[in-house]
Design a protein around this ligand. Sequence first.
Ligand SMILES: [Zn+2]
Length: 253
Amino acid sequence: MFKTLNALVLREVRYKEADRILTLLTDTDGKLTVKARGALRKSSRTAAATQQLTYSEMTLFGNRGKYTVNEATVKEGFEGLRGDMEKLALAAYFAECMEALSVEDQPEPALLQLGLNCLYALSRDLHPQEKIKAAFETRLMCLAGYAPELGACPVCGREPEAPALSLDHGCACCRGCPGMGEKAELGPAGLAAMRFLSEAPAKQLLSFKLPDADLLRLSDASERYLLRRTERGFSTLDYWKNLRNYTHMGKKL
Ligand SMILES: [Zn+2]
């Protein structure tokens, strides 16, 4: 049985001499594991389209629940990511997050669109990396059912003063209000940006503006919130942070 779909390659693993095992996020079938026979051969017609972080149209042959790639054509190669270690590391982190938070046999068009939009912006340097990262992480949490409560502070009932994000309770609160567990600083601008990211139409997600200091704080808060909710680490994130700290010590974003 053949089926044609659009797929973002989240992960590729070499298998045997020249095959690839791919983890895909597809438009119709959610997450899917497929085999691409001979994709590592120089003469392979599917080599480019089955690379990690490529968005491709694929025709798959399915037999008893196992799929192999029959044909594949690149729709968007995100060329700007290749050859730039920082961008590639951040993109790989996005892919690792999408793999961790998607499920098989369940189409997730909003998740796929979020991934494609962020990879596109990253590959073309449309925004600072911290901004794309914060937008991706915040929106991903919302799509995965972990949307933070960003209204009034649950302790004092007022608009949060010196706003922070309670990592334990998944809500905004005042820096000074007690009993909210571990907090990440947001500041008023960071809270406004997080509210925007929770509700903005997908295509306008990256249209917010923040000064660098607020952006760094937001990126830190969204990251710690994601790590807390997923209860795991991401080696790709650690790698990106090491690269970023090294090249940007004391410099602007
Ligand atoms: Zn309060």
